[in-house]
Design a protein around this ligand. Structure first.
Ligand SMILES: Cc1cc2nc3c(=O)[nH]c(=O)nc-3n(C[C@H](O)[C@H](O)[C@H](O)COP(=O)(O)O)c2cc1C
Ligand SMILES: CCCCC(=O)C(=O)O
Length: 344
């Protein structure tokens, strides 16, 4: 991997305060286990908007998997399918949603997209995602300005020449240019900063698929998204890559879960690294936690097999943590299992 590619993947925006705090915030929480509850059988499986998954852990959408593996998102999809993991495939992927879904049998796929200035193209892409087999649309709503990326000296990352972005162009453009030649800067400027809650209702109607809103950090916004038709809220600050200095996801997850109640599912990403992190997220009210950078590292190190091994290991860590906490399944995790860590 090139130095700029590594800086792009690992880095965050501004002073990387939020990037660091995402990790620290999970450390500021402590699990409080219950004992003597017969932990012979501990189940990690759950459902996410009705899709059965092997663990309450998913792959967050991340751009350009060809930066880390020549097969790109199709390698990711093979690892996800092998381990029963839900994969959220980015609009800025180098492989189309269709090719990603076709990479293995039983790929559990959700497509992540932005609302574009061109609503006709937005609708076309959402429909294409559905026809590719995506079981939900994940709309990312934290892309209304261009962040300054510290490790890239404030500049946007420039992808390698000829890199394909098939989910960012119309079917006609993709057919004529094989999806190549899309400038990432142009793609980002295609995201519509005028997007509001009413667009959620519209986007959901485009496909009828369940809608997940990703990038929510305030309980009132979460409630308004649900009022507008969202089926799930993904609490996320984009891995500290958008607004630097904003709140860590672990610090706001509980309030958002309380605001949403049982009207929608709640997920979280940002700094999730271990089984205990995942179980802390469940205790605060998330139905699942998603990982970004760790999955890219595993893919870079060992391709699909490396990613599958990483996901299997993380699931085992979740199982072990559930057992130690006295929970025989994710559904048994309660708010009482987590509390602020005491002073050091
Ligand atoms: C290299 C990279 C690319 C990303 N690309 C996207 C993207 O295309 N769409 C999106 O919604 N989020 C994107 N994200 C944000 C992730 O979905 C997720 O919010 C974040 O990575 C979670 O934090 P973590 O890396 O600490 O696990 C990206 C993150 C990284 C690290
Ligand atoms: C169209 C580029 C999206 C990539 C992204 O979301 C990120 O680098 O965080």
């Amino acid at each position: 991997m090139t130095t700029p590619a590594l800086a792009y993947i690992e880095g965050g925006s501004g002073d990387e305060e939020t990037l660091r705090d995402n990790l620290d915030a999970w450390r500021r929480l402590a699990l409080q286990p219950r004992v003597l509850r017969d932990m012979t059988q501990v189940e990690t499986a759950t459902t996410l908007l009705g899709t059965a998954v092997g663990a309450p852990v998913g792959l967050a959408p991340t751009a350009m998997h060809c930066l880390v593996d020549p097969d790109g998102e199709t390698a990711t999809a093979r690892a996800a399918a092998e381990t029963g993991t839900l994969m959220v495939a980015s609009q800025a992927a180098n492989r189309s949603w269709q090719d990603t879904a076709a990479a293995a049998t039983d790929v559990l796929l959700w497509a992540q997209m932005y609302v574009l200035r061109d609503r006709g193209l937005t609708r076309e892409l959402a429909v294409r995602a559905k026809e590719s087999g995506s079981r939900a649309i994940v709309v990312c709503v934290d892309g209304v300005a261009v962040p300054r990326r510290a490790r890239l000296e404030g500049h946007a990352f420039v992808p390698p020449e000829g890199m394909a972005f098939p989910n960012l162009v119309s079917a006609a453009a993709a057919a004529s240019a094989n999806g190549r030649g899309v400038d990432l800067g142009a793609a980002v400027s295609a995201f519509d900063p005028s997007v509001t809650f009413a667009d959620l209702t519209w986007l959901k109607e485009c496909t009828g698929l369940p809608l997940v809103v990703k990038g929510v950090l305030h309980p009132h916004d979460a409630a308004a998204c649900v009022d507008a038709g969202a089926d799930a809220i993904a609490v996320s600050n984009h891995g500290g890559r958008q607004l630097d200095g904003c709140i860590a996801t672990a610090d706001v997850l509980g309030e958002i879960a309380d605001a949403v109640g049982d009207r929608a599912e709640v997920y979280v990403d940002g700094g999730i690294r271990t089984g205990p992190d995942v179980v802390k997220a469940l205790a605060l009210g998330a139905r699942a936690a998603f990982v970004g950078r760790p999955a890219l590292r595993a893919l870079a190190d060992g391709s699909a097999a490396g990613l599958a091994a990483y996901l299997a290991d993380l699931r085992e860590d979740v199982r072990r943590t559930l057992a130690f906490c006295g929970c025989a399944s994710p559904a048994e995790v309660r708010r009482e299992h987590v509390r602020p860590r005491g002073p050091r």
